[in-house]
Ligand binder design. Structure first.
Ligand code: FAD
Length: 467
């Protein structure tokens, strides 16, 4: 340790912060992690912890041929290049190694890979014990490596010495360091910031957040002193929501049929959630799920939600929204439209009658022939809409899963100022950054993969300048 209290201070103890802290310690730095909450892990511990990574030993063991270049290509194409390309290249090059690094440290993965979005080969790694297990392993390794932790310390200021960042402060209490890594997560829990920086979710009117309370976006305020640049306006992940309650349901059951305000189907209802977000945006962020009573009864009796996506280790359970008990309550609250004919239903949800009738006729025909020649939904999800009463439920992309507007970084995780220059001594990684997660969420594992991979990069960069 030189003139500073620590070589590196990390703000935030989620996957990005813990990865940065461990990587810095592995490079010989003395490290302090400051965490605003009384618990380690942020949204990362609530998370599925699914992680994208290409060319890993886990994929090879399953005979899956993949490469960082293929991941980079998929990532860039899906986002129409609207990301910080060099950062994404670094992320995709190192994501596989970061997954293996976790494995070397004791994170265990299911020996089954899943698709996170629309990639050509499965490249999403599923940790046994979900995000909490990853946090537990990283925290334990950090402690073994001598990393210190200060809980309940909500950083509100950077310590700046001769134009470089050399510490953090809570009120008048300053702690100094050779370099600082900001890994304080997103701002989903802060209504004001969600309205300002992620309006497309806030303006749905039913917006709510499923991540951790500590996601207040403090870093967007305390980095203003060094003129940090913010990028990625209005980005994050929006999941479909019914306005029934704030129960998190990442996917809708595959047997449901969605129609737009014109009363027409517009997509494969089992699309990955990153894609579904964009599909809903094209429809003005409103759609209606149309179903009949018989299918609802059958789904309820089955007792297990029929999602297309299945994650190893997740318990099979009833859909929290699409079952008879919930519907009975929601009908009383006026959140489910009920009609004895399709004509009546069209009137209640205010879509053109003839379109809705034609859509239902088409769905019933596709079900009969056993092939969705329109949107290619797996035939096992095709169900008729035939036996009244009929139901119409408005859905909007209102669940805020995480936010992606934040600090702009370069590929070494240096935070850039408004002119695009690296701010000496200041690094960032994870959900606090913008420009890495693009307008289209690449798929499950995009965010956690970013946190661990770029957290590690940030820790290494910080240790290098601090040492
Ligand atoms: C329910 C759920 C499931 C998810 N599943 C997946 C998934 O399977 N795969 C995937 O890729 N993504 C998933 N995501 C998203 C992903 O988990 C998060 O984006 C990611 O974990 C964020 O990690 P982070 O380290 O950047 O931030 P966090 O894990 O949120 O950690 C940031 C920490 O910083 C602390 N902090 C904030 N401000 C301050 C301050 N001023 N001073 C000190 N500390 C501060 C916070 O309290 C928090 O502990 C999921 C998200 C949720 C909510």
């Amino acid at each position: 340790m030189g003139a500073w209290d620590f070589d590196v201070i990390v703000v935030g103890s989620g996957a990005a912060g813990l990865s940065a802290a461990l990587a810095a310690a592995e490079d010989g730095a003395s490290v302090l992690v400051a965490e605003s909450q009384g618990i380690i892990g942020g949204s990362s511990r609530l998370s599925g912890g699914l992680m994208m990574g290409a060319g890993t030993r886990y994929q090879k063991a399953l005979g899956i041929e993949d490469s960082p270049e293929a991941l980079f290509h998929d990532y860039m194409t899906l986002n129409q290049w609207k990301v910080e390309s060099a950062v994404v290249e670094r992320l995709t090059q190192r994501a596989g190694a970061a997954v293996e690094w976790l494995g070397d440290h004791g994170v265990e993965f299911y020996d089954q890979m899943v698709y996170g979005g629309d990639e050509t080969v499965p490249r999403v790694h599923c940790p046994i014990g979900r995000g909490q297990a990853v946090v537990d392993v990283l925290y334990a390794r950090c402690r073994e490596a001598g990393v210190e932790f200060a809980l309940g310390q909500r950083i509100d200021r950077l310590v700046i010495v001769d134009g470089a960042v050399h510490g953090v402060a809570v009120g008048d209490d300053e702690i100094t360091a050779g370099a600082v890594v900001v890994a304080s997560g997103g701002f989903g829990a802060n209504d004001e910031k969600r309205a300002e920086l992620f309006p497309s979710v806030f303006d749905t009117g039913w917006s709510y957040y499923i991540g951790a309370d500590g996601s207040q976006g403090d870093a967007l305020d305390f980095t203003k002193d060094v003129n940090a640049q913010v990028t990625g306006y209005d980005r994050g992940l929006r999941l479909l929501h019914t306005d029934f309650d704030t129960m998190y349901e990442a996917y809708i059951p595959g047997w449901l049929v969605l129609v737009n305000r014109e009363g027409r189907r517009f997509c494969n209802e089992t699309a990955p959630y990153g894609i579904m977000d964009g599909l809903l945006a094209e429809q003005g962020d409103v759609a209606f799920a149309i179903l009949d009573h018989r299918r609802l009864v059958e789904a309820t009796e089955l007792g297990v939600a029929r999602y297309k996506q299945s994650i190893p280790g997740s318990t099979k359970r009833q859909s929290p929204h699409w079952n008879l008990d919930v519907f009975e309550l929601m009908i009383k609250e006026g959140k489910v439209h009920v009609a004895h004919s399709l004509e009546e239903l069209a009137g209640k949800i205010a879509v053109p009658v003839e379109n809705l009738m034609a859509t239902v006729e088409r769905v019933n025909h596709l079900t009969e022939v056993g092939e969705d020649v329109d949107y290619l939904k797996d035939p096992k999800f095709l169900e008729p809409i035939a036996d009244g009463p009929f139901y119409g439920v408005e859905v909007r992309p209102a669940t805020c899963c995480f936010t992606a507007c934040g600090l702009r970084i370069d590929r070494d995780a240096n935070v850039l100022d408004s002119a695009g220059r690296a701010i000496p001594g200041l690094f960032a990684a994870g959900e606090v950054c913008g420009g890495v997660i693009g307008p289209r969420y690449v798929g499950s594992g995009n965010s956690y993969g970013n946190c661990v991979t770029m957290g590690r990069v940030a820790g290494q960069s910080a240790a290098a300048v601090a040492g």
